[in-house]
Design a protein around this ligand. Structure first.
Ligand SMILES: Cc1ncc(COP(=O)(O)O)c(C=O)c1O
Length: 262
């Protein structure tokens, strides 16, 4: 992947990624996951599968396949059944060809990884979350962590896919503006110099260990530990990269106390 388009937000990045996928493939349909969260503008509202974010407008041709969730998914950890659900949606819920998958690749579609929350070392062990999934996407969208608060986003893809955008004028007044771009560069340097990703792994691993212990103690409440999307009515934690070991311990103690009172 050698081509980067700078934009102003994650939503814009996902809108652009969808446009590229559709132009490149010549197909309209996109496959997204149930529980998917890619925000709710006129195109991304179709990708998102959480009713709290959706207005009743036509969502586009976007079936939502079952979320492969080994914890509470209907097929447990049976990957073949989840894959069959994707195939069924392509065969019976689309024209037989789709523009893209915001998770996997098949049927002529490109694979898009939305790293808006998970990129830039947030998962500790890897810089990008897709590296934990054994998949090399065709398009990666990023925002949030790229600017650490500045309105900056990006879409990264191959020259071949990006070539479809050369057919018309690309107009984005503030995309790639100097202030945010310099901010983005500084963020990259700080992540590197302060070894933030390694820090996340060092603080995150014991935190996950302690959360797993909570999972066993409060099993009726359903504590979900690991990487994943939104799971309905949950209290979800996304700790900042500066989280210290003491903060992590305090968090688990507070959660343990609160849960024991429920
Ligand atoms: C996974 C994911 N995709 C896309 C977005 C949209 O990003 P933005 O709020 O920068 O438009 C978000 C924001 O919450 C997100 O978490």
């Amino acid at each position: 992947m050698q081509v980067v388009y700078f934009v102003n937000s994650g939503t814009e990045a996902n809108e652009l990624a969808m446009l590229m996928a559709r132009l490149y493939s010549g197909n309209l349909g996109m496959i997204a996951l149930r529980n998917a969260y890619h925000v709710g503008r006129s195109n991304t509202i179709g990708l998102t599968a959480l009713n709290t974010l959706k207005y009743p407008i036509p969502p586009g041709e976007i079936p939502h396949v079952v979320n492969p969730d080994p914890y509470s998914g209907i097929f447990g950890s049976n990957t073949a059944l989840y894959a069959k659900d994707v195939q069924d949606h392509i065969d019976f819920g689309s024209s037989g060809k789709v523009a893209g998958f915001i998770a996997a690749i098949q049927a002529g579609g490109v694979c898009i990884a939305d790293e808006v929350q998970t990129g830039f070392g947030r998962t500790g062990g890897h810089y990008w979350c897709f590296q934990t999934q054994g998949v090399i996407p065709d398009i990666v969208t990023m925002a949030k962590g790229i600017g650490n608060g500045l309105p900056l986003g990006a879409v990264v893809t191959t020259p071949e896919i990006a070539s479809v955008m050369a057919l018309k004028i690309q107009l984005n007044t503030f995309g790639g503006n100097l202030v945010c771009s310099v901010g983005g560069l500084v963020v990259l340097r700080v992540i590197d110099k302060q070894k933030r990703q390694a820090h996340y792994a060092v603080v995150g691993s014991p935190l996950i260990g302690r959360l797993r212990a909570l999972q066993e103690r409060h099993d009726k409440l359903g504590v979900l530990v690991g990487k994943g999307g939104l799971h309905g009515n949950v209290f979800r934690i996304k700790p900042p990269m500066r989280l210290s070991k003491d903060d992590a311990d305090f968090l688990v103690d507070a959660l343990d106390y609160a849960m024991s009172k429920l």
